[in-house]
Design a protein around this ligand. Structure first.
Ligand SMILES: [Zn+2]
Length: 380
């Protein structure tokens, strides 16, 4: 089986968190998607090989014609690190193309951040992942995915059914008992929601969505957690991924780079304006909203991520400008790496954030007070 980290693009979510029927359909669809990966056989490890294993259902997937043509919207280059100077991480992205798989079903290596340019989807994926690696290097001195120099495998054009419009950080069990880990991107997708058409390019075209998936990998290395479930640890995993993606781009909108002019929806999430009608996902902002959804079996981790992520947006706005961003990214990174995330429940993550604020800025400091206050505003 493979462990699906998340699938943040294709769920046909309603625009209102109170629309129970639509949410239930979405939850059922998500369960089916996860179940469909359960029969995946083990593959030999190819951590740095010329090919990457694919999900078992790739070769027989009949869903190719449901995808729309991909616009090649690109995002700006250069990590938005503080101080202007960007440290180029020595760790690199290695990009595999599932459309160029060999007979055994292994995607072939297309190149790395150093060898690819933005003239291809593989090169755009490499550049956006590299932007995330450079953000972690510049801002925190982190050396690669595992802080020990590890690069990142990226598989593009994954046509598995659950990957329509999606991206994810996957960990696939291998024959020797280890795991093969990679960021995987599907193709674009188009569908209708309450406020019109969603027309979305592959998530690899958005720097923030790419850094979101990279951050799932960093969390995986730090805690072992993968997320991907509609529980508290899934919600906080999504929140941390979104907060780091927002900090790296200095923008609380997530995924705006993949919605073309034909799309009535303009972003995947808007953390600073969680009720925005042109965002694909709504966000709950208080723990009680999550509890209510859990009580009726309708919890969803991306919606629930708002409890933590919107608190982070309020922290940044309360402290103001780039100084606010710096506090948010340092407090969250300190929580990710401080060994205190535990089971990643809301309580554990809130505790880790408060402790990180205390370590970085001092208990009772203005930064600590704002972190504490905004977590309280979310009920955690
Ligand atoms: Zn995610």
């Amino acid at each position: 089986m493979s462990l699906l980290n998340d699938a943040i693009g294709s769920r046909r979510l309603p625009t209102s968190p109170t629309s129970g029927t639509a949410i239930q359909r979405m939850v059922e669809a998500a369960k089916l998607a996860r179940a469909s990966t359960a029969a995946e056989p083990v593959r030999p490890p190819h951590e740095y090989a010329e090919r990457a294993p694919l999900p078992d259902d790739f070769m027989s997937s009949p869903v190719e014609d449901q995808y729309i043509a991909q616009p090649h919207a690109t995002t700006g280059g250069g990590a938005a690190s503080t101080g202007g100077g960007v440290t180029r991480s020595t760790a690199e992205a290695r990009v595999y193309d599932a459309d160029r798989a060999d007979a055994a079903g292994y995607a072939q290596l297309q190149g790395t951040s150093s060898t690819l340019d933005r003239s291809s989807d593989a090169g755009i994926a490499a550049a956006n992942v590299q932007k995330g690696l450079d953000f972690y290097a510049s801002t925190f001195g982190r050396n690669g995915l595992d802080d020990a120099g590890s690069g990142v495998d990226v598989v593009i054009n994954d046509r598995s059914p659950e990957f329509a419009g999606n991206g994810a950080y996957y960990a696939t069990p291998t024959a020797d008992g280890g795991t093969y880990e990679a960021i995987r991107f599907g193709l674009g997708t188009s569908y209708t929601m309450a406020n019109g058409t969603v027309s979305q390019a592959s998530m690899l075209h958005a720097d923030d969505l790419t850094i979101h998936e990279l951050t799932h990998g960093v969390i995986r290395k730090e805690t072992g957690a993968l997320g991907g479930e509609a529980d508290e640890s899934g919600a906080t995993n999504e929140a941390i991924a979104d907060v780091m993606a927002a900090a790296a781009t200095r923008d609380w909108r997530i995924g705006e780079g993949v919605y073309g002019p034909a799309s009535d929806y303009k972003a995947m999430r808007n953390i600073a304006n969680p009720a925005e009608s042109t965002a694909v996902h709504g966000l709950w902002t208080h723990i009680n909203e999550v509890r209510n959804a859990q009580a009726t079996g309708q919890a969803e981790e991306h919606w629930a991520s708002g409890v933590v992520s919107t608190a982070a947006a309020r922290m940044q706005q309360s402290l103001g400008g780039d100084a606010g961003w710096q506090v948010v990214e340092q407090v969250f990174y300190g929580a990710m790496t401080g060994g205190q995330l535990g089971d990643m429940s809301f309580t554990a993550v809130a505790g880790a954030l408060r402790d990180s604020a205390a370590r970085n800025y001092g208990t009772g400091s203005r930064a600590w007070q704002v972190v504490d206050q905004e977590l309280r505003s979310g009920g955690i």
